[in-house]
Design a protein around this ligand. Structure first.
Ligand SMILES: C[S@@+](CC[C@H](N)C(=O)[O-])C[C@H]1O[C@@H](n2cnc3c(N)ncnc32)[C@H](O)[C@@H]1O
Length: 208
């Protein structure tokens, strides 16, 4: 299983979404939609082994968490507008402490970033923070380490255009979450998801 957790510092937390202004009044919801597109969509298929969380900290009622489950998604297509329509439906609901399904495979809850990370650590997943200054991914996940790691599943945490706060980084460090780097250059969040999938695809599908 491959899971991604995006902390979306400015992303809107109500259904008051103007589909013509995802970057502005919706707090960079365009970025969230691109990440979802990268997380799930292949040329003619969906990645059913992937789960994506976006935790929204924008106006008017932060935080709100959304969960997208690849094996259950229906009718969503890769373009930002289509994804934003489904997000709008989920954010228009009332949120409780437990996940509730809005449309097939899309869940919403009043959960914060740290709660979701803690859950993944407690589940025993291999949890990593994607970070420019981390250890190169190939040193951590490679032909030698992959077979054992894949049994526990992978979780990759990433920031939006603002990134994670120092407190969040300290929280992750204290939990023992290692930082891994994908490139010597700073990338967009959706590009990071593309690269992670590519690294794991090569290890998964080249196995004998
Ligand atoms: C546009 S970047 C964030 C830029 C922001 N100014 C910062 O300082 O974090 C979005 C996210 O992508 C991930 N990221 C960007 N470049 C990366 C790299 N070379 N290796 C690993 N993760 C990277 C990080 O998780 C980052 O928070």
């Amino acid at each position: 299983m491959r899971e991604f957790i995006l902390k979306a510092n400015k992303a809107i937390t109500s259904g008051d979404i103007n589909l013509k202004d995802l970057p502005g009044s919706c707090g960079r919801l365009d970025l969230v939609c691109r990440c979802i597109s990268s997380a799930f969509f292949l040329s003619h298929d969906i990645r059913r082994d992937t789960v994506f969380y976006s935790v929204h900290y924008g106006r008017p009622n932060p935080p709100v968490a959304l969960k997208f489950v690849g094996s259950q998604l229906k009718r969503v297509s890769p373009d930002e507008r289509s994804i934003a329509i489904f997000i709008k439906k989920a954010l228009s609901r009332e949120h409780g402490p437990q996940w509730r399904e809005s449309t097939p495979g899309i869940y919403h809850a009043k959960k914060d970033f740290r709660e979701i990370v803690l859950e993944k650590v407690r589940e025993g997943r291999n949890v990593y923070l994607l970070h420019l200054k981390g250890r190169p991914i190939e040193e951590v996940i490679n032909e030698e380490t992959y077979p054992e790691m894949r049994e526990r599943g992978f979780v990759f945490i990433l920031g939006d255009h603002i990134g994670l706060s120092e407190e969040d980084e300290r929280f992750l460090r204290d939990l023992g979450v290692e930082r891994i780097s994908l490139s010597p250059l700073e990338l967009h969040a959706n590009q990071c998801i593309d690269i992670v999938h590519n690294v794991l695809d090569k290890l998964e599908y080249r196995r004998g």
